[in-house]
Design a protein around this ligand. Sequence first.
Ligand SMILES: NC(=O)c1ccc[n+]([C@@H]2O[C@H](COP(=O)([O-])OP(=O)(O)OC[C@H]3O[C@@H](n4cnc5c(N)ncnc54)[C@H](OP(=O)(O)O)[C@@H]3O)[C@@H](O)[C@H]2O)c1
Length: 285
Amino acid sequence: MAATSSTWLITGASSGLGKSLALEALKAGHRVIGTSRNISKAKTACPEFSDKGGIWIEADPAQKDAQDQFAKCAQEYDVDVLVNNAGYAFIGGVEDTSETEVRDQMEVNFYGPLRTVRACLPVMRAKGSGHIVLISSGAGFMARPGRGTYSASKFAIEAIHESLSHEVRNLGVKVLIVEPGAFRTPFSTRILTPALYKNGFSEGYKGTAVEQMVSWFRRITSISEFANGDPDKAAQAIIQVITRGYDYLRMPLGTDCVVALESKIGELQKNLEATRSIATSTDVD
Ligand SMILES: NC(=O)c1ccc[n+]([C@@H]2O[C@H](COP(=O)([O-])OP(=O)(O)OC[C@H]3O[C@@H](n4cnc5c(N)ncnc54)[C@H](OP(=O)(O)O)[C@@H]3O)[C@@H](O)[C@H]2O)c1
């Protein structure tokens, strides 16, 4: 269980879920360090944060040298709770997406959180306590058309956190993977699509699920068009869980995510029943 007042380090705290979490954590009496790639922009976007005692640090986990900067920060502030929140979505068909676009997505959604985790672990191990929270996504267990790259980044970083949860179980450090559905943040209005194609998809994918997904995201001007998740409620739920304790690894957020998870479990079960006899026929005699 987190101490009554603990120190939270939240990446990408200038907007959306990170901003809600930062403000709610301050309200709950915690010390909060929020990172942003641009502090002056962050201060304008979220003036209440500094007013309420929040500490801004200009840092970008996606930069290759970020681990050292985060390690210094973790030590200086004696971080108790790391929230890996910064991220964006790349939406595009597998064939239409360039390798650079995949690598850029991985730098932010995979290598970024990996660097901050490695930076904070020594401090948490030394005191025998700490929480590592990953803001993943429903896309972290389900890969819809046009979302292969984004899902790849979230599946991959979930794998690191799942493995880590076993590695640090007896060292006093806990891991929580949060899987939000669609929440009302600026997230969907900031998505990137394949740069090579004017409409975000190539001719061969016209009329397919790829065109549908890419065009739908490109049309979105306001997230409230489709998202039912309230970021402040998500933040309150996360803080409560960290404070009260938990004995699970994954926490879906939003009714849409619960429905998606049930559907995924059903698909996996159906797949297993269809292949069980094949699978069990391949053991040595
Ligand atoms: N909103 C949803 O529906 C939803 C659903 C599922 C999962 N999520 C996940 O929730 C997390 C937060 O997203 P949000 O909805 O709060 O979106 P948001 O409002 O766009 O906030 C994203 C934050 O991530 C940072 N960020 C964005 N692009 C970045 C880049 N290229 N490099 C480094 N940092 C970057 C930004 O920080 P600075 O600009 O201050 O550096 C920003 O504060 C993400 O990991 C996202 O995958 C969101």
